[in-house]
Design a protein around this ligand. Structure first.
Ligand code: MRU
Length: 347
């Protein structure tokens, strides 16, 4: 079996497969999947077997290279139109995280820059790009961790929402990277992890990876954040992002905006950690961000032995919400720390 070496997603170039950890099975089982068909890759994204904005982007880049290598097309036009169909197919999986769209664009740029070359060279260039996107994600997250760890030097406990750790990226994560880097520097922060209903990314994934890394972690239900803040148990909030509009409005896992409102009320700094690729200059404000709506069953049935709500009752299930820019103390990025007013410096 392919060894992921502690990473969440990898490119098995020998067998031409996208390799992932099935995150729906965590924390009870570690199941590694090797995927090569576009249908199974798309399903893995939709079903959150692979999830988290950067992880989805990196996986899409690898998927496009895997599919290109599998192509039976013999002429350039056929190859290009098949490639573009694969792009559209992958883009239809989830609408909110910009990293998917960003990674697909990066791969398209490589394809078009190689136009006129033989198909083997184009496939090679796509593979090199996918591996580069994979490697860059690790580097970006490490830098976010370094900038964030500096900001947290005088802090002792943080609250986080959803999973923006290594499982949402390739390694380190975004919001959890400062915690990992602080630990490497000898500074042990305590973490309060919101469970993050309905799919429990906080309880299942954040708690799993922090616990594995030996970080002092306490799980709280989503409705306990106010208690934790009021009782001065945390002195900063760190979250990730799925898409950051040009004005700083930030889409992230449902529940994030409520945490930001609470943090402002209790004067606790609220930091959004994200690579520059999560900033979307084409989306002017949060109102322009498409929010993914998911099945009501995830609220009423998943994670319960029996349906927990009366039959006939429907449930609303938006996967993300938008935190207004003025609630965000700063963005911790791979290029440094910026306020919402300074975003134009990195767009
Ligand atoms: O639905 P998910 O689990 O893909 O949502 C993930 C999040 O909202 C994360 O906080 C976000 O992608 C940032 S990950 C570094």
């Amino acid at each position: 079996m392919f060894d992921l070496h502690g990473e969440t997603v990898a490119y098995d170039t020998e067998n031409n497969k996208l390799v992932i950890i099935d995150q729906t099975k965590l924390p009870n089982e570690t199941v590694v999947l090797s995927l090569g068909k576009k249908e199974e890759i798309c399903t893995a994204i939709k079903e959150l077997k692979l999830r988290g904005a950067p992880c989805i982007g990196v996986s899409a880049a690898i998927a496009l290279s895997v599919l290109a290598n599998e192509s039976k097309q013999t002429d350039e036009d056929g190859f290009i139109s098949e490639f573009l169909e694969n792009c559209e197919y992958l883009l239809s999986s989830r609408p909110t995280a910009v990293n998917l769209f960003w990674a697909v664009e990066e791969m398209k740029k490589v394809l078009f820059s190689c136009k006129g070359e033989n198909l083997d060279n184009i496939k090679k260039a796509l593979q090199v790009k996918a591996l580069q996107i994979h490697g860059d994600d690790i580097e970006c997250c490490k830098r976010i961790g370094e900038y964030g760890a500096r900001l947290l030097e005088n802090k002792s406990a943080v609250l986080t929402h959803c999973n923006a750790g290594r499982l949402a990226c390739v390694k380190y994560g975004t919001a959890l990277a400062p915690i990992y880097i602080a630990k490497e520097n000898g500074h042990n922060l305590k973490v309060y992890a919101d469970e993050t209903r309905p799919l429990l990314q906080g309880a299942r994934l954040t708690c799993y990876e922090l616990n594995e890394a030996g970080i002092d972690t306490t799980l709280i239900c989503d409705n306990m954040a106010s208690y934790v803040m009021k009782n001065k148990l945390v002195d900063a909030v760190l979250v990730g992002a799925d898409r950051i509009a040009a004005n700083g409005d930030t889409a992230n896992k449902i529940g994030t905006s409520g945490v930001a409102i609470l943090a402002q009320h209790y004067s606790i700094p609220f930091y959004v950690c994200a690579p520059v690729s999560t900033f979307d200059k084409n989306t002017l404000t949060g109102d322009d961000i498409k929010i993914e709506m998911r099945s009501p069953d995830e609220v009423t049935e998943m994670h319960y032995q029996k349906r927990m709500a009366p039959d006939g009752v429907s449930a609303l299930n938006p996967a993300f919400d938008v935190t207004d820019a003025d609630l965000i103390t700063a963005f911790i990025t791979d290029k440094g720390v910026f306020s919402a007013c300074e975003i134009n410096k990195i767009l």
